[in-house]
Design a protein around this ligand. Structure first.
Ligand code: MGD
Ligand code: MGD
Ligand code: MO
Length: 746
């Protein structure tokens, strides 16, 4: 690469965390103007009585929390939220929307916290200040002017608390629509659907204690060193106790190879604990084949847990025939993993008491056959009887810190009848039953003109969604876009005829003595209370914003007194308790240290499926394969971002510094095409509706199976076709994009 160009690449790291991670977190906390503020916040992060880390959903230990129960990336998230700098009327008077569009996502994040409500009038070039009352009046006018409530779309990102989410879902439904798309539609939707059909509950079945009893832990399609760093402490403890960690990932990820615990002596001295003892560099989307191969190996070497299957499972016979009828050659070809490796792992799975935990994230959920793949994992667990007993189970590792809780309390375009009926009774308001739009359907509705008002409780819809150009067109066709946000982002700039920004309190801030609650990846509901003074006096909490919106649009209806509910969150929690099962004595139990576990039937081997049993699936074996000469691109996260929030331009564990406009490719694929490391290339994605382009990105060699490629989200979202989704869950297949590459042409 020429010396003039910014950005460098080096050998990837062989382990994660340690002192560099501590230094990086300190840099972020102290570097973002507000030393006192950042540290004060960090000391209460994930402590009992403190606030829930806004970064990932990995659970906190039930007991014995370390003084600093946070990680480098949690520190970055808090530092970004706790910034003292604010942006209000002067900032927006100085910068037009067009100027702001020309800036990078990283620049947007550095500008500071949103300080006051802002309005972009029709045809205006700049946002201008607006009072809260006027903002809600505009929303009320636009929403009431719709021909049907279904012309409104109410998006949610997974940081919203249970209280905000419940009230928001109630508002949307009282308004008359189930159009409640959320980030989960792009995230773990495939997991929820697959697990619901397989074991009757769309959530994971293990707790942290199970990790300490497990014999084998498989970590597939997930990069915990970057995205769930606190999980590495759990994995280290499990491995130290003798568990075998198996990594299944096309890329070698440092966090799966080894870990230096920043708070342990060994880790501080820089001696990492080796983590994965088996590393299978599967082909992208080769996991369905790989797990079928593991089932085949288990059946051949050992058989199946016949007692468990007789009592608890349905469809075993058919599944067994399917596996027996699948040739090894096909499994090897689609997975890129040899039969011997699968047999070795199969032998390890049945060598002891078959205590297997499988963890996964976006590497599995964002593929066309994601649901089938996750059900195949459940099939393997059923063969082994490895669900619903100590040390064994399924573990989808959630992303956003409260994405699981939001769903539990009603953020879903197709909540079950039991929930809707209970909500109707509690609220005394007619609740619509027709399913609403999910994220992809919302984009299509806005594009064809039937989605007219877009409201977002958090998130960055324009950047997080697929097909950036198409989605931007869709948003620009609406009459009004409105975002409840903490920080400036691109969704404020890709707007409807009018646009509103409603600034809210963050997790780390005081909320008049009130606390909210969240649910982590393992079904623990806990309280969260910020300790910092709000970034601006004008900010409202999310529940307050929802209540004032609802009051402006609907007024009090049925039994609902919006403002009264939002004044005291205990009242909202009493309503949640009345509507959602598992929240008995919510206010009391959530005040106990560490909160409480929601019930999970599958954990106790009760199967809430239509058959009343755990169900095997019988999906035909397939994988998404690129045409000859083309490559399969996955979009992933760097170490310096939280989804669309870009903290910096480094990806330390992968050896990248100072750049994000890159595509990782296997060294062989590069040399075959005569492309030099660091050279600029043009990328074209191919889909049945046509081509999409990304130009001038740099080709970076990285060890991975041939025919594969990887680039960062959100920059690469321009390449993700809006119609390319997971079957059943409708999740954008943003990890299997067919591309071709060529040297860059100006
Ligand atoms: N610091 C930080 N933390 C985060 C986030 C963040 O952006 N930053 N985001 C949060 C959110 S919302 C989520 S959902 C999670 C995301 O957590 P992850 O799922 O870990 O995130 P990705 O970067 O998308 O990583 C996907 C991983 O899957 C691998 N992979 C891709 N395709 C395949 C495949 O076909 N098979 C297999 N076996 N592996 C594959 C990639 O190589 C990569 O290691 O993290 C959460 N936590
Ligand atoms: N190509 C590709 N696309 C993807 C993915 C991928 O792997 N590849 N991953 C998908 C996944 S897993 C997810 S979860 C989605 C994420 O989609 P989103 O959840 O929509 O996006 P985020 O980037 O998490 O949202 C960041 C914004 O949230 C706002 N925010 C932060 N904290 C708060 C708060 O406390 N309250 C409020 N109201 N706002 C707040 C800030 O303004 C910030 O700019 O993206 C998806 N898109
Ligand atoms: Mo996510």
């Amino acid at each position: 690469m020429s010396a003039k160009e910014p950005g460098e690449f080096h050998r990837p790291k062989e382990s994660a965390a340690g002192i560099p991670a501590v230094l990086a977190s300190l840099k972020h906390v102290f570097g973002k103007d507000g030393v006192g503020r950042g540290t004060k916040a960090l000391l209460e992060l994930n402590q009992v009585g403190g606030f829930d880390c806004p970064s990932c959903a990995w659970p906190d230990p039930d007991r014995d929390r370390a003084v600093a129960e946070f990680c480098e990336n949690g520190a970055k998230a808090v530092a970004s939220e706790a910034m003292r700098k604010t942006i209000g009327r002067e900032f927006f008077a100085e910068h037009s929307v067009a100027d702001l569009m020309a800036q990078t996502d990283a620049w947007h994040d550095l500008q500071g916290r949103l300080a006051e409500p802002m309005l972009l009038r029709e045809g205006a070039s700049h946002y201008e200040p607006v009072s809260w009352d006027e903002a809600f009046a505009i929303l009320a006018d636009e929403l009431r002017a719709l021909d049907s409530p279904d012309e409104a779309i109410f998006y949610t990102s997974g940081r919203a608390s249970n209280e905000a989410a419940f009230l928001y879902g109630l508002f949307a439904r009282a308004f008359g629509t189930n159009n409640l798309p959320d980030c989960s539609n792009m995230c773990h939707e495939s997991s929820g659907l697959a697990l619901k059909d397989s074991i009757g509950v769309g959530k994971g079945t293990v707790t942290l204690d199970d990790f300490l009893e497990a014999e084998v832990i498989i970590c597939v399609g997930q990069n915990p060193g970057t995205n769930h760093p606190r999980m590495l402490s759990t994995l280290e403890a499990a491995v130290t106790k003798g568990a075998k960690l198996v990594a299944i990932n096309p890329l070698r990820e440092a966090g799966l190879l080894g870990f230096s615990h920043p708070q342990h002596v060994r880790g501080i001295l820089g001696r990492p604990t080796p983590l994965a003892s088996t590393y299978l560099q599967v082909k992208v989307n080769g996991d369905l084949a790989l797990f079928r191969g593991l089932s085949k190996a288990v059946l051949e070497i050992w058989g199946a847990d016949e007692d468990f299957l007789a009592e608890h499972a349905s469809g075993y016979g058919e599944y067994r025939s399917l596996v027996e009828g699948t040739p090894w050659e096909e499994i090897e070809r689609l997975s890129g993993i040899s039969r011997t490796e699968m047999e070795e792992l199969g032998a390890a799975l049945v060598g002891g008491e078959r205590k297997l935990i499988t963890c996964w994230a976006m590497g599995l959920t964002q593929h066309r056959n994601a649901v089938a793949t996750i059900r195949e994992i459940a099939n393997l667990h059923l063969l082994l009887g490895a669900v619903g007993r100590p040390g064994a189970g399924l573990c989808p590792v959630r992303g956003h810190s409260n994405v699981q809780g939001d769903r539990t309390v009603g953020i879903f375009e197709k909540m079950p009848e039991s929930f809707l009926a209970a909500l109707e009774k509690q609220a005394g308001v007619k609740i619509p039953r027709e399913h609403g739009l999910d994220t992809v359907a919302s984009i299509l509705a806005m594009h064809e003109g039937s989605g007219k008002v877009f409201f977002a409780l958090g998130g960055n819809f324009a950047q997080a969604t697929p097909d950036s150009a198409f989605t931007a067109e869709a948003l620009r066709k609406t009459r009004l876009t409105c975002h409840v946000s903490t920080k400036l982002n691109r969704s404020h700039l890709i707007h409807g005829r009018r646009a509103l920004i409603l600034p809210c309190l963050g997790r780390s801030e005081q909320d008049g003595g009130r606390f909210v609650t969240t649910e982590n990846s393992m079904g623990v509901v806990q309280s969260s209370q910020g300790n910092l003074a709000p970034a601006s006096e004008v900010l409202l909490s999310e529940p307050e914003i929802v209540a004032r919106l609802a009051e402006a649009v609907l007024g009090d209806v049925g039994h609902v007194r919006w403002r009264w509910l939002a004044e005291d969150y205990d009242r909202i929690r009493t309503w949640i308790e009345a509507v959602v099962t598992g929240f008995e004595s919510y206010n009391e139990r959530v005040r106990q240290a560490g909160g409480f576990y929601l019930p999970n039937a599958a954990k106790t081997r009760v199967w809430n499926t239509t058959s009343g049993k755990a169900n095997f699936s019988q999906a035909p074996l397939d994988a998404f394969e690129a045409a000859p000469g083309r490559l399969l691109l996955q979009t992933l996260r760097s170490h310096d971002q939280f989804n669309t929030t870009v903290y910096g331009l480094n990806d330390r564990y992968r050896g990248i510094s100072g750049m994000r406009d890159i595509v990782f490719l296997s060294p062989e694929d590069l040399s075959e095409r005569g492309i030099k490391p660091g050279e600029r290339i043009d990328v074209t994605s191919h889909w049945r509706d046509g081509e999409r382009h990304l130009r001038g990105f740099r080709a970076i060699p990285y060890e991975m199976p041939r025919g594969m490629a990887a680039a960062y989200f959100p920059e690469a979202n321009v390449l993700v076709p809006v119609g390319h989704v997971a079957e059943g869950s409708n999740t954008p297949a943003s990890k299997s994009i067919e591309i071709s590459i060529m040297p860059h042409r100006e």
